[in-house]
Design a protein around this ligand. Structure first.
Ligand code: ATP
Ligand code: MG
Length: 761
């Protein structure tokens, strides 16, 4: 035997080693990003196994995603070999709870072959219940109730335990009753939803002490990663399983709690010490992931949050590059800039070795931001993957919108027809559609023309017939608009008139919000095409790309799905007010939402090992209208000493060149015909390239980065000044706040603008 201890302990620092070796009794590792929490957890698992304290199947290890579980398994295999295959209880909360439920399904009235409903099934079921109860499903939507039920389940409330005030929210106090009915229905169907997995586990453990005792016997050690994001039900579940032996180790970081909106409670961290008295709390302070500028920038940013548990972080990877912040003209310029930089990094230079594509990541706040990058990558043949979700063009709402456009372009497109004839629901059921397709097949005609025949007969019930006839008429009417309306306007109108936009608007869930944003992004992106034909060709090309798994590809994902990961080079685009922080968090009362967004920004920056590059745009097209964007407040909050405003490529600030744009905009207040014109493109190109390097400097305002703009900007204006803005025209300055002016414009009314966009009028 070797004296100095097993290899896997080598290289751990004192605190990490302590966290690995303190196998017995409760341990809480509370530490900032990149301090090795996940590494500690993995090593601890390996250590428990290697020292024979437990068999692989006696360990319960909870990770946040399946991907994280896979990686952990690989790392452990690396340390201890094939023995790791026996880790049956390594997975997400959901995956493990589902396994447990299978073994005891009968205790909650299910069979072991129960099915797990997806959200669609769930809502359909709820809709039936609402109908049976004579509740107006327009006013009280199934989505809303599904959301409430999920929320209740996350809090560990069965229908019996639901606080009466909670049920009052829905359909005049019917919430609780509906919740019970829903649970009964699920039982009859031998089904459960996602929230049930944990909830049923709780019911089983609480109602059957013998079963719980079995698990106490089985799970000798319990380990949990990303503990800050557990919700109440998960916490209760953990506590039940760990309370007997108390061999539980949770690792987390309160600054990275980003699932408050899904019921996660940072308070669980505080509870831990209460529920597991005598817990060893270990703090890791050395960050091994990032260079000092990246770490300092992230720490400076998160310092603006109140009510933190507080922690120190340091690294000995001094130097390195500062966090780069730059403003660019618009979303297209941003994607062009980032794609160019990715190409350059991939080629390498005299100063730096070539980077692999997979070592570069783009982390966005909202999925709509992905579109511009994806298109750019397709154009330049840069391999990329979208992690944790479909690519932009593969999203259901985008496919639906495309199906409308395809059917408008060509009534022969049966696939498009089938996809949207009843989407949104217009009372044309599956039976009708099947009948239609059958008639089409038998007669060798298209579905559209079969439908046109069918509505002239009495084959269909009157109501269905009317609905179908309206649909056909709409398609032809829109067809008639193709030549006259600009493409964005057409698409917008189609989505409105088809009821598609309303369907999403009525739906109050966050997913619906995301889908609406994606559609807005789509509407604005079609402006770049001459006509419908050209656009549809483009789409089929983009969709047609080889989509096999790519070993070396740029990683695009949301900040939420980047949790726990790390990349040498990280791009963080869209740091603008209303995008990041999100408009929702800004509109919300209080600071809670904003603080969660700030934690998300902290997560974003701390994913970077060597380079982090933040960007924001001056203009964004939102639903066909250009809006001037303000740089995110988070940009302001970055400590100046660790940040560098890029001067080579970024373009941000006013100047004579912009004047031209201004007039262009004035001619085309919303989607104008001029938009896709080559002349406009050239003007934009010229302006972008011919930026004013001299203007891109950092202004210091109380030691913070205020914005990237010309040096003389602040102090250039006073209240009462007459000014001219490229987009809004003439106006008078009402108030000044840093580099932001509130101006009463003669025509456009009161607006907040950036001073560098304004000239003395
Ligand atoms: P996050 O909060 O982002 O989840 P974390 O605290 O889980 O971060 P890890 O992912 O475990 O941190 O570790 C960050 C990086 O530092 C990894 O690349 C890991 O291999 C490395 N690392 C951790 N501890 C050490 C160590 N003692 N020596 C060298 N490298 C280490
Ligand atoms: Mg981690």
């Amino acid at each position: 035997a070797r004296m100095r201890g097993p290899d896997y302990l080598d290289g751990l620092n004192t605190e990490q080693r302590q966290a690995v070796e303190a196998t017995d009794g409760p341990v809480l590792v509370l530490a900032g990003a990149g301090t090795g929490k996940t590494r500690v957890l993995t090593t601890r698992l390996a250590h428990i196994l290697a020292t024979g304290r437990a068999k692989p199947w006696e360990l319960l290890a909870v990770t946040f995603t399946n991907k994280a579980a896979r990686e952990m398994r690989e790392r452990i295999t690396h340390i201890i070999g094939p023995q790791a295959e026996g880790l049956r209880w390594l997975g997400t909360f959901h995956a493990i709870a589902a396994q447990i439920l299978r073994r005891h399904a009968e205790l909650v009235g299910l069979k072991s072959n129960y099915t797990i409903l997806d959200t669609d099934d769930q809502e359909r079921l709820i809709k039936q219940l609402l109908e049976a109860e004579n509740i107006d499903a327009k006013r009280w939507t199934p989505k809303t109730l599904a959301g409430l039920i999920d929320h209740w389940k996350n809090r560990g409330w069965t229908p019996e335990k639901l606080p009466p005030a909670e049920g009052a929210h829905f359909a005049n106090n019917k919430g609780q009753r509906l919740y019970s009915l829903y649970q009964e229905r699920l039982r009859v169907l031998n089904a459960c939803d996602f929230g049930d997995l944990l909830l049923h586990n709780l019911t089983i453990f609480l109602g059957h002490p013998d079963v719980l005792a079995d698990y106490h016997e089985r799970f000798k050690y319990v380990l949990v990663d990303e503990y800050q994001d557990t919700n109440v039900a998960q916490y209760l579940w953990l506590r039940l399983l760990a309370q007997k032996r108390q061999n539980v180790c949770c690792v987390g970081d309160d600054d990275q709690s980003i699932y408050g909106w899904r019921g996660a409670e940072v308070d669980n961290i505080l509870r831990f010490e209460r529920d597991f008295p005598g817990a060893t709390v270990i703090r890791l302070e050395r960050n091994y992931r990032s260079t000092s500028h990246i770490l300092a920038a992230a720490s400076g940013l998160i310092a603006a949050n109140k009510g933190r548990l507080g922690k120190t972080l340091w690294t000995d990877q001094n130097g390195g590059e500062k966090v780069i912040v730059r403003g660019v003209w618009d979303g297209e310029a941003e994607s062009r800039l980032i794609a160019d930089e990715i190409e350059r990094a991939h080629r390498g230079s005299t100063e730096r070795d070539p980077r692999k594509y997979r070592d570069m990541a783009i982390l966005v706040r909202a999925s709509f931001q992905m579109r511009a990058f994806e298109e750019r990558f397709v154009l330049l043949s840069i391999p990329y993957t979208v992690v944790g979700g479909p690519r932009f063009f593969e999203r259901a709402e985008i496919r639906d919108a495309h199906a409308y456009l395809r059917l408008i372009q060509s009534q022969d497109d049966d696939l498009a027809f089938e996809r949207i004839v009843n989407q949104p629901k217009r009372g044309i059921g599956d039976t009708t559609v099947q009948k239609l397709l059958q008639i089409a097949r038998l007669n060798g005609v298209t579905a559209f023309s079969a439908a046109s025949q069918l509505v002239l007969t009495d084959e269909l019930p009157a109501r269905t017939r009317t609905a179908l006839a309206n649909f056909l008429r709409d398609i032809l009417r829109w067809r008639g608009l193709v030549e006259t309306l600009p493409l964005p306007r057409l698409l917008e109108q189609v989505l409105e008139e088809a009821g598609y936009t309303d369907m999403l608007r009525l739906d109050k869930t966050p997913t619906a919000q995301t889908r609406l944003e994606n559609l807005k992004e789509l509407v604005q992106s079609v402006a770049n095409f001459e006509n419908l034909q050209a656009y549809l060709e483009h789409v089929s090309l983009v969709m047609d790309l080889d989509r096999g798994p790519q070993a070396d590809a740029v990683q695009i994902m949301t900040l939420h799905s980047a949790k726990g990961l790390e990349f040498p080079l990280v791009f963080l685009p869209g740091w603008e007010e209303g995008v990041f922080p999100s408009q929702r968090s800004i509109d919300e009362k209080g600071e809670k939402g904003l603080e969660e967004e700030r934690r998300l920004a902290y997560v974003g920056i701390t994913r970077a090992r060597e380079e982090a590059r933040i960007s924001f745009v001056a203009n964004r097209q939102v639903y066909g209208r250009w809006t001037s964007q303000l740089p995110s407040r988070f940009v302001d909050e970055l400590p100046l000493a660790n940040v560098e405003a890029s001067s080579e490529t970024g373009y941000y600030g006013g100047g004579p060149g912009m004047q031209q744009h201004g007039s262009r905009w004035d001619e085309t207040p919303s989607f104008g015909a001029g938009y896709s014109s080559p002349g406009w493109k050239r003007a934009q190109e010229r302006n972008y390239k011919g930026g004013h390097p001299g203007r891109q400097q950092v202004i210091e305002g109380e030691g913070r980065l205020v914005a990237v703009s010309e040096p003389s900007a602040s102090g250039k204006f006073q209240r009462g000044d007459r000014v001219f803005h490229q987009k809004f025209g003439y106006g008078q300055v009402k108030s000044i706040e840093g580099n932001k002016l509130t101006v009463a414009f003669d025509k456009a009314g009161e607006k907040k603008v950036i001073d560098s966009f304004v000239e003395k009028g």
